[in-house]
Write a protein that binds this ligand. Structure first.
Ligand code: PFF
Length: 457
């Protein structure tokens, strides 16, 4: 089974691939989700568990997906069918392809909120945005929410229409370095505020008091989300990777990149909350998902230079979210191109129809359709639950089963070693054989129990 040569689009270089894949991984998950989970689950203890998981389990999943894409040169449906046409393999391909279709619309709605905050800081509405009801008023206003969502969606689709090299790769190679610089600037500003050191200690020093089994479960789910695993993206991006690129080295670089930005985001947010909310810092950090949209604007409202810092902060969140939504859309477009034999423009237009149709439903879920719920959830929460809690663990299980049962570990290693030393082969084999299915089952069961209210993640 040699690697196929084809006329398929490809990234022009290893650097281009790493920037695009890191652009995918670094997103709202790093800046919005990671800091609030770290704050909630024991600061440094969460960080240690997270790091161990990223470099073992995360590495294994990323390697598996990238190599499957690279070997078959197909998006998920075709990639799975390459190995077997029976139901389990077809199902594995379909579920990996469906996940990005579900995530894309609501991810762009959240991207629209980020844009709306960014425009507010440009208009110097620093104090208004620090108000208690600003966020609920924002999502309650159907017209402006839809407007910013559409702008964000258009940015995503425009890049996709430009193509893999001229769009995805070029935009990622420009935006990712800017993102790193902005992140470092804000993190340095944040940790040098008076009182911020308490936050740095809280974030970095492991303490057993805040540690529980839920720390591990939360870190596991976050690792999965943050690395863009189980959503067809790494299979698709692997299929665009040149055949002489070292897949292990690139995977390691993506892991470092993603983890670095997550840690920097923790250093931007947690010390700032300590510096600007005094004795209530620990409580404020428990804000959960609203940490970025409610707590941070309050912090900016009470600090000097709130306007420029707010602009830089939301600009970097926007860049991170945009490069991720581009990758999610690319996974969808590539499936349409491969399955229907379509050209890029019609495939991108169908993707746009899904994005704007379901995205509008999600954005209306907070206002004109707020009386409609599914299983007690608004549309956005429901699509998030369906994809992240149910479909992604199953999609990842399908990938692991494909590697274990069909490709087999020795053949997988042979394929990787065409271009790589495969230094972490022992870790890969161990995680695949003994841990992967169990870990994924833990994520699946615990996130369902969380939604049912049986446990609290
Ligand atoms: N890995 C990206 C992030 O951390 O935001 C992209 C992403 C992952 C988007 C998972 C959506 C999602 F459900």
């Amino acid at each position: 089974m040699g690697e196929k040569a084809s006329s398929r689009a490809s990234f022009s270089s290893r650097f281009g691939y790493v920037m695009a894949a890191a652009g995918s991984a670094v997103g709202l998950g790093n800046i919005w989700r990671f800091p609030y989970l770290a704050a909630k689950y024991g600061g440094g203890a969460f960080l240690v568990v997270y790091l161990i998981l990223v470099f073992t389990f995360g590495y294994t999943l990323l390697m598996a997906e990238t190599q499957i894409g690279r070997h078959t040169r197909k998006s998920p449906i075709g990639a799975f069918e390459h190995y077997g046409k029976s139901f389990p393999y077809r199902f594995g391909g379909w579920i990996n392809s469906l996940v990005p279709m579900i995530i894309l619309p609501y991810y762009c709605v959240i991207g629209g909120w980020v844009l709306e905050y960014l425009s507010g800081y440009f208009k110097n509405q620093v104090q208004e945005m620090a108000g208690d009801n600003y966020f609920s008023d924002l999502i309650g206003n159907a017209q402006s929410e839809e407007f910013w969502f559409i702008i964000f969606g258009i940015c995503t689709i425009a890049v996709i229409i430009l193509g893999v090299q001229k769009g995805v790769e070029r935009v990622s190679t420009i935006l990712m370095p800017i993102l790193i610089v902005l992140t470092i600037v804000v993190a340095i500003y944040s940790i040098t505020r008076p009182g911020a050191m308490e936050g740095v200690k809280y974030f970095l020093i492991p303490s057993s008091t805040n540690f529980s089994w839920m720390t591990v479960v939360a870190a596991l789910g976050q690792m999965f989300y943050s690395l863009s695993c189980a959503m067809g993206i790494m299979i698709t991006y692997g299929s665009y990777m040149k055949s002489d690129v070292d897949s292990e080295k690139t995977t390691t670089q993506i892991e470092f990149f993603d983890t670095f930005i997550a840690i920097m985001a923790g250093l931007m947010i947690i010390p700032a909350v300590f510096a600007f909310s005094g004795s209530s810092a620990a409580d404020n950090l428990q804000a959960g998902p609203s940490l970025m949209f409610i707590t941070m604007p309050k912090v900016f409202g009470s600090m000097g230079f709130g306007m420029p810092i707010g602009i830089v902060f939301f600009l970097l969140v926007f860049l991170a979210a945009l490069t991720s939504s581009i990758s999610i859309a690319e996974a969808v477009v590539s499936t349409f191109e491969d399955q229907f034999g379509w050209k890029r423009i019609p495939a991108a237009l169908l993707t746009a129809a899904i994005l704007f149709g379901f995205g509008t439903l999600c954005s209306c879920g907070f206002n004109v359709l707020s009386n409609v719920t599914i299983l007690g959830m608004d549309f956005l929460d429901f699509f998030d639950f369906l994809s992240n809690s149910i479909m992604m663990p199953i999609a990842a299980m399908a990938t692991c089963i494909l590697v274990l049962r069909k490709i087999k570990l020795d053949e997988f290693a042979r394929q990787v070693m065409v271009t790589s030393e495969f230094k972490r082969r022992k870790i890969f084999n161990f995680v695949m054989k003994y841990l992967s299915i169990g870990f994924l089952a833990i994520i699946l069961i615990s996130s369902v129990l969380n939604v049912l209210g049986v446990i609290k993640i």
